[in-house]
Each structure stands twice: as C-alpha cells, then as structure tokens.
Design a binder for this molecule. Sequence first.
Ligand SMILES: [Mg+2]
Length: 245
Amino acid sequence: MPPLLSKLLTFIPPPKMPSSTTISAASATKPRLRGVVFDMDGTLTVPVIDFAAMYREVLGEDEYIEVKKKNASGIDILHHIESWSSDKQKKAYEVIAEFEKKGMDNLKIMPGALDLYGYLESRNIRRGLITRNVKAAVDLFHQRFGMTFCPALSREYRPYKPDPAPLLHICSVWQVQPNEVMMIGDSLKDDVACGKRAGAFACLLDETGRYSSPEYSTVEHKPDYEVTSLAEVHKLLEANFDLTP
Ligand SMILES: [Mg+2]
C-alpha cells in the first residue's frame, strides 16, 4: 500500500458517541460559576420600602406620572434627582432617607435566603452584595441575620447599579471573570442591567410575575434566568453550572 494511502486510512472518523457519553460531555462543558452577587432590598430582604410612595413624595404626583411613562422598566430616582438644585436634592434625599429608615425598622429576611447562603458557603462559592441603599442598612442587615457578604457595596460606592462598575469591582477583588459570576436581584432595570452590562449571568427574582407584563417586553437587558423564589436558585445552579470555587 502506498505510504500516503496507509496514512490516510489511519484517519478513520471516530464512531458516533453513544447518547450517555454525549450527555456527560455536555455537562462537562457547563459554565463555571465561582461567585454569586445579591441585591439586598427585595432580594435578600422582604420588600418593605414602598418605592411607588417614595417616588410620589420625591417627585410630586404630576412629575411621577410623567417620569413613570418614560421609564417602562422602572424609575431611577437617585439618577433622576442628580441634576436637581442642591436645595431640592437635599429635600429629596431626606424623603428617601425617611422611607429607608422605615424599611430598616421592618427589615425581614427573604424566605430561602439563609438556606441559599448556607448552600453557597458549603460549596465555597463566593457571596457578594450590591445595593443602592446606604451602608448603615447593609451593616444592620449583616448584624441582624448573621450572614456575611463580601464585598458588600452600598450607595456610597459610585457609580452605583445599573452601572456595571460595582460588579466589575467585586470580580476584580475576587480575581474571577465576570462570566464566572451571577447577579441575582428583583430589579430588571438595576440588577439585571448591572449584571448583563458587566458580562455576568443575571437571574431575576420575580415573586409576583410582575415582569411578565408586556410593558417589560422591550427592555434592553433580559435576565438569563428567572425564579419566583430564592428556594429555586439552588437547583438552578446545580443544573446549569459547574460550581467549582
Ligand atoms: Mg431590590
């Protein structure tokens, strides 16, 4: 046999893999997840801040209706008041602080949060937190519920969500890539946008199915996953990711 032909004959295509091998090969290519970053209000804690009432009081009824119309996925109140005069801004911050204080007095842990935290801790998966609330609220949260999220970035870290900066900062502290991290939160405009802009996975916690409404169908950043409770996250992570810290 000519040497070339004998060489070619050695390149026989491998037999088609049986389906069980295909499945295990597919599971071996699951993306690696090394950290989870949580939003605080409405995600790790039960929503106690009446945001609609807060926006109404800050903006006044007419402006509230106007701004709401222009911002389908939600109002960014902090961003909105940034261009106001310092007097007007000061008053707005006082109103916001009052609503946040009421929220702190009634702080409750979200069902499933402790279990999920314990699960991530047992797998050595990093746990971080990003909130647009103030540092005092994060400190109170840590004290009250005995969980430690690190880093935990509050409103004092600028720019805040939906800017990807806080999530990218956490990735660099952890020395992981953004695509090895998941952002979980109850806000499409803040948490999902922050996660997707950073290049991370984003999981939307939508307890009531409010985001199924058509007004949200045109938003720019869509979540990779959606859950109606934190209790679902554990299975979601096991099914879709390689959890190697
Ligand atoms: Mg939230």
